[in-house]
Design a binder for this molecule. Structure first.
Ligand SMILES: Cc1cc2nc3c(=O)[nH]c(=O)nc-3n(C[C@H](O)[C@H](O)[C@H](O)COP(=O)(O)OP(=O)(O)OC[C@H]3O[C@@H](n4cnc5c(N)ncnc54)[C@H](O)[C@@H]3O)c2cc1C
Ligand code: SF4
Length: 330
């Protein structure tokens, strides 16, 4: 591992100034992703700016009835918070579906959103990878790609975003707040992750040196009956090979509002807008749920090793929506 300087930031302006002073520095949240990447040489920062002591560890109700979540709130505290569990249960379920208890105790909201892909070629510095080394190629297309993207990818990169938390936050229209030396800013999560195109190394819309300060959830009444379901390759902790976050408001057998997001299918948590369009105002029936999933997955581009994801995601979406509809009817 390259030798590095370590600083613990005392306040937000101080953290931003420390990073601004050194373009080779990185913020350190729980370190559960960054430190692993430093050990393998994928990340080689000259300085770590530890943000865990910043006063960004609170979850508070907003005036409009939403929730504001600080960037250094741990995954464990987020999942356990009574208002998260009551108002956005799919968010709590998504966080608990990710990693292990020990990791969740360390990992933070900001770090979870900025964790890097688990594509094996990205993590192996002896292999080419357009995301790690622009222009070097993408061996996953011809090689191992069973957990790679079927939506929104390009021939330059087919990696998926691994966050479970991000999928639920996407379904609920979360907004990310950040701070740079020039001041504060916000970006909706829907615009936070950049399209892959021919620049897979450019991952987010955050300005250089930006410190994520928090995430805001708007009030979403249907979210109180929401659900997150994750499929993974082993029962103990593992990243998703497919996941769904859904919220459904049904009355008189008609869908009044549907929210649907897919995980582990794209380079970002994938909001299923086409499916929502099919669902809204339609009968809450299994046929319609399947038609909605098909509408979203019509744009899928598969490779031999990941074609199974289309059927997986269709079945997952139909199962979760059907369960939510049944519960609403009771
Ligand atoms: C074995 C294992 C299994 C896992 N399984 C899952 C899983 O199933 N689902 C899942 O979602 N996740 C999973 N994770 C990932 C884990 O959730 C992430 O490692 C964690 O969320 C990252 O958070 P962190 O605070 O430790 O980030 P760090 O490792 O500290 O940082 C990650 C990145 O975010 C940046 N960063 C951190 N905080 C900020 C901030 N406030 N502002 C700007 N930049 C910041 C860092 O500079 C770095 O680039 C797993 C991890 C491991 C090791
Ligand atoms: S899929 Fe993306 S991250 Fe993986 S090798 Fe290709 S370019 Fe790199």
């Amino acid at each position: 591992m390259r030798e590095f300087d370590y600083r613990r930031a005392e306040d937000v302006p101080g953290a931003v100034a420390l990073l601004d002073a050194d373009p080779d520095a990185r913020y350190l949240g729980g370190g559960t992703n960054l430190v692993d990447l430093m050990k393998t040489g994928v990340e080689r920062p000259a300085r770590l700016v530890d943000v865990r002591q910043l006063p960004l560890d609170q979850i508070e109700s907003t005036d409009d009835g939403g929730l504001s979540i600080g960037a250094t709130v741990t995954n464990s505290d987020l999942a356990a918070h009574p208002e998260v569990r009551r108002r956005y249960p799919a968010l709590s379920q998504a966080v608990l579906a990710g990693a292990s208890g020990q990791l969740r105790n360390m990992a933070t909201v900001g770090g979870n959103l900025l964790q890097r892909t688990r594509c094996g070629y990205f993590a192996d510095v002896t292999k080419p990878c357009n995301k790690r080394l622009p222009g070097s190629g993408c061996p996953a297309v011809e090689g191992e790609h069973h957990n790679h993207a079927v939506l929104g990818a390009s021939e330059h990169c087919i990696a998926v975003h691994p966050s479970d938390m991000g999928v639920a936050l996407t379904a609920f229209d979360a907004v990310v707040s950040y701070r740079t030396a020039d001041g504060a800013g916000e970006v909706p999560l829907a615009d936070f992750y950049l399209p892959v195109g021919d620049t897979p190394h450019r991952e987010t819309a955050l300005p250089p040196g930006a410190l994520i300060t928090g995430v805001t959830l708007p009030p979403v009444p249907s979210a109180s009956r929401s659900r997150y379901r994750k499929v993974r390759e082993r029962a103990s902790y593992a990243f998703a090979i497919g996941s769904v976050a859904a919220a459904l408001d049904v009355s008189d057998g008609v869908v009044r509002e549907a929210r649907l997001a897919f995980g582990a299918v794209a380079s970002r948590p994938w909001r299923a807008y086409a499916a929502e369009h099919v669902l809204n105002g339609a009968p809450a029936s299994a046929d319609r749920f399947a038609a909605a999933a098909d509408a979203e997955l019509a744009g899928a581009r598969t490779l031999p090793g990941n074609a199974y994801k289309v059927t997986l995601m269709r079945n997952l979406a139909v199962a979760v929506l059907s369960e939510l509809a049944e519960e609403t009817a009771r």
